[in-house]
Every structure is written in C-alpha cells, then in structure tokens.
Design a protein around this ligand. Structure first.
Ligand SMILES: Nc1ncnc2c1ncn2[C@@H]1O[C@H](COP(=O)(O)OP(=O)(O)OP(=O)(O)O)[C@@H](O)[C@H]1O
Ligand SMILES: [Mg+2]
Length: 269
C-alpha cells in the first residue's frame, strides 16, 4: 500500500501546489510510482501538466458528486511514473458548490483505498482553507507536509492549523503524522529570511525539513510551460531542491522502517 501524503496549510499562496507538482515529479524521477490528487476547486494541477478545458475526462468533483470510481479519473503526464487526478475546475458552479458542501468526510479515504496498491506515493494538493475538502484529505492521509512561506508572518495562523489537525487525529485519523514543515520561497541572501528560518526551526523543533525551497523562476514557470520544473530545466535550483526533498522524505521512510524492524527484533529476542 502506498503512502498518502497531504500537502496542506490554511494559508493561501505558500507553495502547496508548487510543492505537490514538483515533489511528486521528483518521486517519479527517483523511480517511485506517484499519483497526484487535486482537492482544490481552483484546479491548478491540470494546468501544471498542460491540460486544457477539453482534455479532462473526470475528476474529484465527479468522485464526490456522481460516484464515479477514482480509477476512471486518473490522467497521464509526460512522466511515465507520474499520474494525476484533476479537480475538474470547468464544471458548473452548482456542482462545485456541492463538492465544497459535501458532508461525508470519508469519500476520499474510501476512494483512495481502491487504488493505493497501484502507487508508491499518493500526494494530495489541498485548498487554502480548513474546510471539508482539506478535512477529507487529512482523513485519507497517512502524513502531511506543511509548506511555510519564508516571510515575516510565517507562523501566524499556524496555531489554528495545528489545533485542527490535533482534533482531527483524535476524532478520525489517529495514524496521521507530520512528515515535516517545509520552508518555501527562501531567499538566503536576505537577513529577514535568515531570521525567519531560525525562528521556524526553533519553534517547530525537529519537524522542519533540512531541505529548503528557494525562490526560483523555474518553479513559477510551471503553469506557463505545463510541466514540472524538472522537465523545464533539471539543473535549476528549484528542480534540484524538490529532488532533495524527495530524497529526504524517502530516507525518513527507510529510517522509520529500520527502527520498526529493530523494535520487532528486540521484542522477539
Ligand atoms: N519557490 C518558488 N519560487 C518562485 N515562485 C514560487 C515558488 N513557490 C511558489 N511560487 C509561486 O507563488 C505562487 C503561489 O504558489 P502556489 O500556487 O504553489 O501556492 P498555493 O499554496 O498552492 O496557493 P493556493 O493557496 O492559492 O492554492 C504561484 O504563482 C507560484 O508559481
Ligand atoms: Mg494551490
């Protein structure tokens, strides 16, 4: 069964979608079969893969409102090991409202259960809110990556997010873990960035990824070219930083598995 990782934050514009697309592409580049699911009705994921209005068969909207199996919503990308499920932004407003207003919190979890054996990693891109779409994503997920934009108010509003996930864990998903907080749009040359990095690392001790994502034009160009930064320019700092993030995440997983088998050996002895 693949690991389901939600990219979540209640703050808008912090790099969730950019992370979902480029981290996912990096996992695929490392040889892991990866699926990206767009839970945001803004529908930016399809654009990031160069899909236009009439290229999409069905998406999460249809899974939620028409009971279409998620398997029928999977679309290919230019990378053989990287697939995605769009949100389907082009459906009419009534349908989008029913997606946002859906009250069953387990729709996504049940759907992903049907396909999780097909993938090593399933990445979910969440909308910038703590509404029921993010709730659905966090109930389906095994773990979370939380992007934090490297700016003065970086930690503002994080308290509400932490409280929400704590309650959600207790009520619905005790297995949910933080994979890590990810500093995005970092500009190491500027002093403010350095101060923010120190503050975030101090506040969220041990939970912040070593890898930081720099502000990089190639990452901003993803929707324009309709492909992940790795396919635009694999040597760019943006593409390389997401590749490093993927390596860090995979290494964490290996470490955890080794720790578990050590525990098992101790218990067995
Ligand atoms: N590291 C980066 N370097 C340069 N530009 C970036 C970087 N990360 C994100 N951006 C740009 O910043 C904007 C916001 O990024 P993105 O859409 O990934 O954020 P988001 O958290 O998904 O936003 P929303 O909350 O609206 O879904 C986009 O225009 C994106 O291209
Ligand atoms: Mg987004």
């Amino acid at each position: 069964m693949g690991e389901i990782i939600a990219i979540a934050s209640q703050k808008g514009g912090v790099g969730k979608t950019t992370t979902a697309v480029n981290f996912g592409a990096s996992l695929a580049q490392l040889g892991y079969k990866t699926l990206l699911v767009d839970m945001d009705p803004q529908g930016s994921i399809a654009t990031s893969f160069g899909y236009g209005r009439y290229d999409i068969r069905a998406g999460i909207l249809e899974v939620f409102t028409k009971n279409i199996p998620i398997k029928e919503c999977i679309h290919p990308t230019e990378m053989e090991l990287f697939h995605f499920v769009p949100s389907n932004v082009w459906s009419d407003e009534v349908d989008r409202k029913s997606l946002i207003g859906a009250t069953n919190n387990s729709i996504l979890r049940n759907s992903l259960n049907e396909i999780s054996d097909l993938y090593d990693y399933i990445i979910i891109d969440c909308p910038p809110s703590l509404g029921n779409l993010t709730y659905n994503a966090l109930i389906a997920a095994h773990s979370m990556i939380v992007p934090i934009q490297c700016e003065y108010y970086a930690l503002k509003a994080l308290g509400r997010f932490l409280k929400m996930t704590r309650n959600l864990k207790i009520e619905h998903n005790p297995e949910l873990q933080y994979r890590g907080f990810l500093l995005t749009m970092v500009d190491k040359r500027n002093n403010l960035s350095k101060r923010v990095i120190n503050k975030v690392r101090y506040t969220l001790q041990g939970l912040v990824f070593e890898t930081m994502i720099p502000r990089n034009i190639r990452l901003a160009e993803v929707p324009f070219y309709g492909k992940p930064a790795y396919l635009i320019d694999r040597t760019s700092k943006g593409a390389q930083s997401y590749l490093n993030l993927a390596k860090e995440v995979v290494a964490q997983k290996v470490k955890k598995t080794e720790e578990k088998s050590d525990d098992a050996a101790v218990i067995a002895a």
